[in-house]
Design a protein around this ligand. Sequence first.
Ligand code: GRG
Length: 289
Amino acid sequence: MQIIAVNEYLANKKRLVDEALRDFFSQKNSLFDVMYYSVDSGKRIRPILAIAGYEVCGGEDTGVIMPVACGLELIHTYSLIHDDLPAMDNDDFRRGKASAHKKFDEATAILSGDGLFAYAFELFCKGDSHASERLEVIRSVSQAVGPKGVVYGQMLDISDMKRQPNMLRNIHLNKTAKFIAVAIKVGAIMACAKKTVVDKLYRAGLCLGMLFQYTDDILDVVGKKSDLGKTPGKDQASGKLTAPAVYGLCGARFRAQRYADRTKSRFRELGSEFEFFCEMTDFVLNRSF
Ligand code: GRG
């Protein structure tokens, strides 16, 4: 993989992911238009991590990784739509515009999430090659986002929980870290990387995912609505269990730095070709959006 600055890499890959998503949503029915409303915009971190995992492990065919990467973005978008519903976090604003249930109505927003979830799996299966790798992708993603992952994390997140560090870690790990980690993992799987590499990347990815949720929590306190594209201050207002709520802002920042250090040392254990992920880690640590 050619070493280029992380910002340039992110911008290039975001453009490619945006183009691919546009293609996957063109000339379909009106439900696809509704779904695309929520898909259109976002940082594309998960698909970019999948592409980076693929390229770092020697994958060279964008046509192989792109549908898989875009599938991840659809599941992520689905989780955001449902997260914003009145029965969950009840947020009217997402990705710089009205959230799906505000733009349309609740029933349409729910169906739009349902459609995105199923369409993601269609994209994971798109292509004639890599049949056994695709099965592994489907197994890994469904484990990471289902009742042993994101859905469980969300259930803990919306329940009435005591302010204790173990619960915070459990929520962050399931709600966010497993999804971030599996994004890198599916890239490595599609590049036919060795199982030991796939497993080590996943472990490093979990640490990166913990960092990602720490910075998300911190930005909810210090971020601007115009940068975030969502409403800051909501976690505090709704008494959410977040890193700043448990450790204070300084404590949360200190622990975020510690996660960043740990993440980088895990990527470095894999070898110098994985250095890109260390730059990515610094990007996540220092992000303002
Ligand atoms: C469909 C997987 C699935 C789950 C349903 C609603 C729900 C259960 C889960 C919600 C999980 C959730 C919202 C976790 C928060 C993760 C997070 C940090 C989101 C923000 O991600 P960014 O910053 O957002 O990548 P953009 O908009 O840039 O894509």
